[in-house]
Write a protein that binds this ligand. Structure first.
Ligand code: PLP
Length: 282
């Protein structure tokens, strides 16, 4: 299995990352996960642009261009013979003696990437998933895809311990997002999701779903909604790179609608599938 470390392709067992890498000690870095279908990356430009933007927001310059990163990642896919799976990549602020202060430009970022085989979440997409509600206790820069994921991990862990797939988070009664997904509701035929501000990650899948709505005459709105709106929704679904479009059929033990995936969610799943085929073939 090959991985990328700072532009070099090496065997995973050969990787040496210093224990004072700032990603390891501080979570001082940003990351992306890109889906691979048929050996091709899906929405790679969007993910890599967001990586560069996340870097800017923490004052970290990513020296690679989108094209350079795409070339490297495609080569990694080939070397590892990846057909269906994910690419994980992260960039940290590099290795320097532990100090809260940024180390300065002489310290180069550490870029790593690896691939993983992963099936599509067919069963969840078909049957839907159960969720819990959880207070969103994370920081106020959730638009940055930062390595600091403890808040997300604790939310996800709580969900799994309750026998659920995802935790729907809320701040003072306003629904924000999941632990690893965006949350969208359908009310009277309209798709509604939290605006892409500092309180949520502007998911690439979320953006794709809204683009699909736009191009297919389906009504949608990016606006905040409350827990009451969530509980009164006709349909609820989550979106994410690994979760794709997954129906939510239960929240805190209460059924969403009749407890089965709704028609608009199913239509969006179909149209999303077409987008995958368009970009990656079938
Ligand atoms: N929100 C959070 C907190 C996430 O970790 C993710 C990542 O998967 C998403 C939303 C969905 O983003 P994307 O569709 O870009 O994968």
């Amino acid at each position: 299995e090959f991985v990328i470390v700072n532009g070099e392709f090496i065997e995973r067992s050969e990787v040496k990352i210093d224990m004072e890498d700032r990603g390891y000690q501080f979570g001082d870095g940003v990351y992306e996960v890109i889906r691979v279908y048929n050996g091709k990356m899906f929405t790679a430009n969007e993910h890599l642009n967001r990586l560069i933007e996340s870097g800017k927001k923490i004052k970290m310059d990513i020296s690679y261009t989108v094209e350079e990163m795409k070339e490297m990642l495609n080569k990694l896919i080939q070397k590892n013979n990846l057909d269906l799976g994910t690419i994980y990549m992260q960039i940290t602020r590099g290795t320097a003696p532990r100090n809260h202060v940024f180390p300065g430009d002489h310290v180069l970022p550490t870029f790593v990437a690896n691939t993983k085989e992963a099936a599509r979440p067919i069963e969840n997409m078909k049957s839907g998933v159960k969720t819990i509600l959880n207070e969103d206790i994370r920081w106020l820069l959730c638009d940055i895809k930062s390595l600091n994921l403890l808040g997300n991990l604790m939310a996800k862990q709580k969900a799994v311990e309750a026998g659920c797939f995802e935790a729907i988070q809320h701040r003072n009664g306003t629904v924000t997002e999941g632990s690893l997904s965006n949350v969208l509701i359908v009310k009277d035929g309209k798709v509604i999701t939290h605006p892409a501000d500092n309180l949520v990650l502007n998911g690439i899948t979320r953006q794709k779903v809204l683009e699909i709505c736009r191009n297919n005459g389906m009504s949608y709105e990016e606006t905040t909604f409350t827990l009451d709106d969530l509980n009164a929704a006709d349909e609820v679904f989550i979106s994410g790179t690994t979760t794709e479009v997954t129906p939510v059929i239960e929240i805190e033990g209460n059924k969403v609608g009749d407890g089965t995936p709704g028609p608009i969610t199913k239509k969006l799943q179909e149209l999303f599938e077409k987008e995958i085929e368009k970009e990656c073939g079938n």
